[in-house]
Design a protein around this ligand. Sequence first.
Ligand SMILES: Cc1cc2nc3c(=O)[nH]c(=O)nc-3n(C[C@H](O)[C@H](O)[C@H](O)COP(=O)(O)OP(=O)(O)OC[C@H]3O[C@@H](n4cnc5c(N)ncnc54)[C@H](O)[C@@H]3O)c2cc1C
Length: 471
Amino acid sequence: MGSKHWAVVGGGMLGLTLAFRLSQKGHKVTVLEADQELGGLAGTWEIGGIRWDKHYHVMLLSDVHLRNLLHDLELEQEVSWVETKTGFYCGGRFLSMSSVWEFLTFPVLKWWERMRLGGTIFMISRVRNWHRLEKLTVEKWLKRWSGEIVWQKIWRPLLRAKLGESYTKTSAVFIWAHTQRMYKARSRRHGRETFGYVHGGYARILNRLAEVLKQRGAEVIVGAGVSEAVVGGGGRIVVRLDNGVRREFDRVVYTVPAPIIAATCLGLSSEERSGFNNIEYLGIVCSSVLLKKPLSEYYITNITDEEVPFTGVIELTAVVDKNELGGLSLVYLPKYTMDEEELSRESDEKVKERCLSTLERMYPKFSRKDVVDFKVSRARYLMALPTLCYSEYLPNMETSIPGVWAVNSAQILKGNLNVNETIQVVETALNKIFENYQVQKSGTRSKLKGWLRRSWRLFLGRGRKLLSWRL
Ligand SMILES: Cc1cc2nc3c(=O)[nH]c(=O)nc-3n(C[C@H](O)[C@H](O)[C@H](O)COP(=O)(O)OP(=O)(O)OC[C@H]3O[C@@H](n4cnc5c(N)ncnc54)[C@H](O)[C@@H]3O)c2cc1C
């Protein structure tokens, strides 16, 4: 494929990585991002005068795709790795579940329940054919292996912490992918979870991506929401922005959530449009609390008490060096939900009040006087929910409109949402894109060759006839 001008719609980690890889292949790229800043879910903001991620982000030693990208961006040396602890908040007390021993002696469960829990985790780790798990709800599958009590005491609270009430619609692929990832997070040496982060957080990664894109001659435009894309004259794609600007490109790749593709990409077939619209998305209300003192020693505290208004406590500074955050502690309080109303019902002030009063109840040493800053982030489209038989209904990356591609995190089939999986989607997409154009090109080439061969034979035949007539 000769050099083309590509528009990448969406400047999140997926869009920026895709733009970077296209520019490495010699293409001209324009990134169109609706927001005033790049990054999407991995975006950053100022909290207490410090720039850090709006949502908690860590990486695993096994995140090879992300680590390759960091290597290419010359940031791999900037990663720190830290062993962490995981806690449980059950019935008003904190319990550690950070090692195999703590797991085997977990006091909330009787010994035979622990055996069933361990057996279920072992079973999950042995599953290779994940397609079979798509046909069962996660609830049904876990109850089958762990039994009702372990389901009620462990699995259900954990699933609610990750999915809100939408766990009821989720297939068993979710827990399979989650367990595989958590297995990989454990260090070989101590069996503890080990997480990494880049010094400076995602601001550093995003700035570097923007920098290398510009060095490669790519355009990166923020405040450029795409309101429609339509095929114009000569097969070029006309993109209209929210601000009325009109641009033309050879190819367009959408990296935004599926319902936005359905709404803005004109000319999709009705099947494709409903395919995109039928993908169900989980949303999030995620509070960030910047504190003078840490809350606990755990990176993640899973909450099994249902009346708590957030589904986990993520103490980022159990992983990230406090000096990165001016010596302060950064804690995230996420609440995952699909309920549109729940996402917007409460004002930031109300969310703050409920979160702080709950922290007072949970942590006796916590004081409001220690709160330096509190911010609330809301995202409607966080993760495509792996519903039953999800992979069978997913629209193709290559749309029916020539030159228009739909490459987003909804294409993650064997994993849950994280940046590593997101980058893997980019790699799969690039293979498909270039294979596709290679086939088209070799198709055109073989047509041309056939035509030349036929013309040559015709010419020779006529020549021979002419020659024999002359003779
Ligand atoms: C609370 C939370 C915790 C997480 N923790 C981790 C973690 O620990 N480790 C990890 O690896 N990952 C984590 N993730 C996941 C990670 O953030 C995502 O995998 C990644 O950011 C997804 O990137 P994306 O580009 O696919 O999507 P997005 O970030 O959603 O990007 C899409 C972009 O498109 C833009 N856009 C939308 N509509 C338009 C339009 N019409 N025109 C132009 N642009 C448009 C949006 O503004 C956005 O910037 C976490 C996410 C959250 C929310």
